[in-house]
Ligand binder design. Structure first.
Ligand code: GKR
Ligand code: MG
Length: 450
């Protein structure tokens, strides 16, 4: 006898690693590779609902993901409070960022060899096995919520307690970039290079015209600070009064951070991770005339007490992948509210499932104080039948069941075939390796760099 549609028991979990085209975006660690890995998670209930989740797809995430997928079968998608303990139990001894390990069979692709490249770790803050586990867990939590919502006809935001806004604002995420990857690898695009203030302003205009963004974040740490100050000044002249942010991913000394903060005090909404580590951030924050934001020194609950006690950050940039999912993002929001710390969201290269998840949780958080940033416009490929569309720099928060997005199986299969065909070069993000294709002697600089 067929199971009743309301049977929310997990019957199957499908994991599909994919490689997604990524442009040559520059940061302190190097340059984005032509393809970046993501993991697509499908949680299928006995009642026939399929929920979607997405998280990092680097090789080191796949082993823990397989373990958690197997352990989820037979549990209910509503059992979300039990998920963290389950992940700790089944993935507890999984490899962390510095420890190579066996990658377990991936449902649709057989066994893969371990390629334990340490990726651009610095850009995601200090790496621990616990954080890796929470990033894996986040994709499963989202997939469970999506399945639950689809089975019951409720949007994910309703399962989180309901939305407090009808649309979520995003900012344009500007990058210094090359016109093409070295050797013309990867998928071509028509953005051209952006390596100076004029190039950054042109990029911002295109983002504004195409998506209606009115706030702008520039990824810094690529050029000496004065060059990046000039780019922010050029943006301020081109978009007077509009919110601007600069994020050098911890590239600067305390003194340099203070000088940049002072020079841009009249135009910056906040300065993002000017210096690396809680201690340096606290020393900058003590004297800086602008608020400091972070997605590097506060990326987990255990990092909050010291950072908040020392006043090291005025804005935490949540990322539901780091924080273990949508419900723990709401817990983070409550802590930020309690301590008078602002909240926003940053992103890493991601697809539409993650963007839909970001939007659902952002819609439920009362104290979302700033526009969220997203890489999504840089991704020309997706695994959805319909891409999410920004209007006036916002995404509408709909009432469609679950996340409100539909998987395009052909696209998923095509991006998975690319992953299968890859020799391991792109299966873990490695911006330094990508940079070495252009400059064989290049190594990611130690921080502080300037
Ligand atoms: O994609 O190059 C990038 C970013 O630098 C990303 O890795 C960071 O994690 O966007 C993130 C940030 O705000 O630091
Ligand atoms: Mg950042």
């Amino acid at each position: 006898m067929a199971a009743a549609p309301e049977d929310l028991t997990v019957a199957e979990v499908r994991l599909t690693p994919v490689l997604v085209a990524d442009p040559p975006l520059l940061n302190i660690q190097g340059v984005h590779q032509p393809y970046t890995p993501r993991l697509i998670i499908e949680v299928v209930t006995a009642g026939g609902a399929t929920g979607l989740g997405e998280t990092y797809g680097d090789t080191e995430y796949l082993g823990p993901a397989r373990l958690l997928a197997d352990a989820l079968v037979g549990r209910r998608v509503t059992d979300l409070n039990g998920l963290p303990a389950l992940a700790d139990r089944v993935c507890g001894d999984s490899p962390d960022a510095t420890d190579a390990g066996t990658v377990h069979a991936v449902a649709t692709s057989g066994t893969v060899d371990a390629v334990a490249t340490v990726d651009a770790a610095g850009l995601r803050g200090a790496r621990t096995a616990g954080k890796l586990r929470r990033s894996v867990l986040s994709g499963f939590e989202v997939a469970c919520l999506d399945a639950w919502g689809r089975a019951t006809g409720l949007p994910v935001h309703a399962l989180l307690g309901g939305r407090v806004r009808d649309r979520v604002e995003y900012s344009a995420y500007l990058f210094y970039r090359w016109a093409a990857h070295p050797g013309d690898r990867g998928e071509p695009d028509d953005w051209g290079a952006a390596l100076d203030p004029a190039g950054i302003v042109a990029q911002a205009r295109r983002f504004a015209d195409r998506h209606g963004f009115t706030s702008f974040k520039l990824k810094g740490g690529v050029f000496p600070p004065d060059r990046e100050i000039a780019a922010i000044r050029a943006l301020a002249a081109a978009f007077p009064g509009q919110p601007l942010r600069l994020d050098p991913n911890g590239a600067w000394t305390v003194e340099t951070s203070l000088r940049v903060a002072d020079e841009l005090r009249d135009v910056l909404e906040y300065l993002e991770d000017p210096a690396s580590g809680t201690d340096r951030m606290a020393r900058v924050a003590a004297r800086a005339p602008v608020p400091l934001a972070t997605n590097m020194c506060v990326t987990a609950f255990e990092e909050i007490p010291e950072a908040f006690a020392r006043g090291a950050v005025q804005v935490v940039l949540s990322d539901h992948h780091y924080w273990g999912g949508l419900r723990s993002t709401r817990e983070l929001a409550a802590l930020c509210r309690t301590f008078g710390v602002g909240l926003s969201m940053h992103s890493n290269t991601h697809l539409g499932i993650s963007l839909a998840a970001m939007t659902q949780v952002a819609a439920t958080v009362p104290n979302l104080d700033f526009a969220c940033d997203t890489h999504y416009p840089w991704q020309t490929e997706d695994v959805l039948t319909e891409r999410l569309t920004f209007r006036d720099g916002h995404l509408d928060v709909g009432d469609a069941p679950g996340l409100g997005v539909t998987l395009d199986r052909d696209r998923l299969a095509a991006l998975h075939r690319r992953w299968l065909a890859d020799d391991g070069t792109h299966r873990s993000r490695d911006d330094a390796a990508a940079m070495r294709r252009a400059d064989p002697g290049w190594t990611a600089p130690a921080v502080p760099r300037w």
